[in-house]
Design a protein around this ligand. Structure first.
Ligand SMILES: [Ca+2]
Ligand SMILES: [Ca+2]
Length: 189
């Protein structure tokens, strides 16, 4: 049974990167000493490029009701930015982890990557957002990150999208590789 199903069953358990201590639930992509609770992940970046960094965090906007894998409803999350001019971004069901990517598209503001947990299973989704002056927009197609429920290091997540020599590259899992080889591709936007 995928670990994430147990997450919603209100049981006490420990399953690789996902734990539930009975009172609060935390999901971690970052096992061992590097463990970070996704719910408390908070970063600072200058999203609108005005020179003043914003604090950005994921918050829960609605608690789960019952078991979402049966007839319950999943929790809902969103990205809140300290700067009131930047609108709230609704995320849907699942927690995530935030990363600052720096200014990838040279619009003056730093881009924001969200690595979001799935409702079921262990394949996370990385979405890179850019703030265009009125709303968060996806900078490129989402990148699927299979984890086999083992968690990922912070460094591995930071290295998925890189700025090198003025160009942006990203790494996707090779669908033909059984050992998790990554394919390097140049991003165009
Ligand atoms: Ca700012
Ligand atoms: Ca930018």
């Amino acid at each position: 049974m995928p670990c994430i199903i147990l997450l919603f069953a209100s049981l006490s358990f420990s399953c690789d990167g996902i734990t539930n201590n009975g009172n609060s639930t935390s999901v971690s992509l970052l096992p061992g000493k590097d463990t970070t609770n996704l719910l408390t992940n908070r970063i600072t970046l200058d999203a609108d490029g005005d020179g003043i960094p914003e604090t950005i965090e994921i918050i829960m906007v609605k608690e789960a009701i019952g078991n979402p894998m049966e007839d319950g409803e999943s929790a809902e999350y969103g990205i809140r930015t300290e700067n009131d001019k930047i609108p709230f971004l609704t995320l849907g069901c699942c927690e995530g982890y935030l990363l600052s990517e720096g200014d990838l598209n040279k619009n003056g503001g730093a881009e924001l990557s969200l690595i979001q947990a799935p409702l079921n299973g262990c394949t996370y989704t990385l979405v890179c957002y850019t703030y265009d002056g009125s709303a968060w927009k996806m900078l490129m197609d989402p990148i699927l990150i299979p984890t086999a429920c083992d968690g990922l290091s912070k460094k591995a997540l930071e290295d998925r999208i890189i700025l090198e020599g003025g160009s942006v590259y990203y790494y996707e899992n090779d669908p033909n590789s059984e050992t998790g080889e990554l394919l390097r591709k140049q991003a165009v936007f």
